[in-house]
Write a protein that binds this ligand. Structure first.
Ligand code: GLN
Length: 499
């Protein structure tokens, strides 16, 4: 029999229903594991705040309802499931720091809709997860509270910015976590840690209660060790929310066609992506291998073109910083954020507090955005970037006339070592396969397809689907899972043979 930490949602709920274990035991197993593996020197450092009491209370409530005769599915679709949340999501009773000194002591004033929906569905909240500061980055190295380590190799980054969310699932600390993706921050760490990582279509999940980075790009999604668990979690958090006017009345069951297979599906391949500079041979081979598996299972491979995708990085690194500059202006040391004492005038207080509260990458984005939106410069950069946005969106619309999903790499390479990529421009190139999706607003996910032949580290392939057709990519992902298996727990954290 599996250990509790290895189980997926259905297995945990079957065990609860059969009274093989209680929800409190599920919570205890998870919190013990985190305590033993996350906090000590050299530990994973996925958690910024750990909430064992909250977990125990939520679990005890589940057990009460089970004792009263309710089945797990009557209690809620996530009843008894250990979960944790990226630290840019408000959860009443916890701090929401965005891994920044600026918000080090900020107490959540309310709970984000996506988090609340998991709690209403019966999830057991384990805490808040590490990230790149304000979600700027691809490695979790910009966290003010130390980087998260990749459970597959503790000397390597887990990717970012949702590195804590990815690592917590890969290490078997939580069954499902939530992350956010503005330019790849779910899919790239998903690839680096070999987890299933979903960025839904913009508007599928409410952004209410998430600290905004790029409001027109941000979207929340789940990490899990199986496609089904990710789909079940997305079912629970998706749908219209009166508190976010960009959320849509989505009532899709993302598990509906997981068993259908890919027979008859048209899988789009973008030849230019496969020739991209910087794409490592082992990742390229995995994408080709996954395509071949899908063809063998009855899918049709078709070549599609996204001619303007080459401008996506440039457009993203204009639009993203502009929106971030605007959103981060609220952290002014008066309304929100760290306040540097000893200043008599307000201007001096603003300047000193922001200089001290924000780390180097956040300051870089703010300065970039401020410059790009200034008079005279705006027309040269921001306006064309918006035009590129329209062109990329149109490219996707045309491509999806010929295919149902697009298959491409999630990241050009596998997880790198701490400090290996030090200049910002090279770090930004981590996002070369992910940002065009946020620009267009479509759905995309990273699915683990085993280890690279050269690095022996996890590789994920990315599946993308048309707007509000996220079920297409789930269907294709489930077929790939048939071939490659569910996402394993990283070997150093897995049960050893005979245990
Ligand atoms: N790596 C990208 C950036 O630094 C994406 C971040 C994100 O998706 N939050 O902007």
């Amino acid at each position: 029999m599996s250990e509790l930490f290895e189980m997926g949602i259905r297995e945990i709920q079957a065990g609860l229903a059969a009274k093989e274990f209680s929800a409190v035991e599920v919570a205890q197993a998870a919190t013990d594991r985190i305590e033993a593996n996350d906090f000590q020197d050299g530990g994973v450092n996925a958690f910024l705040e750990f909430t064992p009491e909250m977990a125990r209370e939520a679990a005890a409530r589940i057990d009460e309802q089970l004792a009263a005769g309710k089945t797990p599915s009557e209690i809620g679709p996530l009843a008894g499931i250990p979960m944790a949340y990226k630290d840019n999501m408000n959860l009443l009773g916890t701090r929401t720091t965005c891994a920044s000194r600026m918000l080090e002591n900020y107490e959540s004033a309310y709970t984000a809709t996506c988090v609340q929906r998991t709690l209403d569905a019966g999830a057991i909240p384990l805490g808040k997860l590490n990230m790149d500061e304000f979600a700027f980055g691809s490695s979790t190295e910009t966290s003010a509270f130390g980087p998260t380590r990749n459970p597959w190799d503790l000397e390597r980054v887990p990717g970012g910015s949702s590195g804590g969310s990815a690592a917590a699932v890969a290490a078997g600390f939580a069954t499902v976590t939530l992350g956010s993706d503005t330019g790849g921050s779910i899919r790239q760490p998903g690839s680096f840690t070999g987890t299933v990582a979903v960025k839904p279509t913009y508007g599928v999940v409410s952004r209410y209660g998430i600290v905004a980075f790029g409001s027109s790009l941000d979207q929340v999604g789940p990490f899990a060790r199986s496609v089904e668990d990710a789909a079940l979690a997305l079912n629970a958090i998706s749908g219209h929310d009166a508190l976010d006017c960009t959320s849509q009345p989505v009532d899709t069951d993302f598990t509906a066609n997981l068993a259908e297979g890919v027979k008859g599906m048209r899988i789009g391949i973008v030849p230019a992506f496969m020739q991209a500079q910087g794409l490592t041979p082992e990742v390229k081979d995995k994408v080709a291998e996954a395509a071949e598996h899908m063809r063998t299972m009855g899918a049709e491979l078709v070549e599609v073109d996204l001619p303007n995708a080459q401008a996506a990085m440039s457009a993203y690194y204009v639009l993203g910083p502009c929106e971030a500059f605007s959103n981060l202006s609220r952290f002014d040391s008066v309304r929100y954020g760290y306040c540097e004492p000893g200043h008599k005038d307000l201007g001096g207080q603003y300047e000193a507090s922001r200089a001290k509260g924000f780390g180097p990458e956040a300051r870089r984005r703010i300065m970039l955005g401020s410059y790009l939106l200034s008079a005279g410069v705006y027309d040269t950069y921001y306006y064309p970037a918006q035009q590129v946005r329209t062109l990329i969106t149109q490219d996707y619309t045309r491509a999806y006339e010929k295919c149902d999903v697009i298959l491409l790499p999630s990241s050009p390479r596998t997880a790198f070592k701490f400090g290996e990529i030090s200049d910002p421009m090279s770090m930004y190139l981590s996002d070369m396969f992910t940002v065009s999706l946020n620009i267009a607003g479509n759905g995309g996910m990273s699915v683990p397809v085993g280890l690279g032949v050269d690095t022996n580290l996890p590789i994920g392939v990315q599946l993308q689907s048309p707007q509000f057709k996220d079920e297409n990519m789930f269907r294709a992902a489930a077929a790939l899972e048939q071939v490659y298996g569910k996402a394993p727990i990283a070997p150093a954290f897995a049960r050893k043979a005979g245990e």
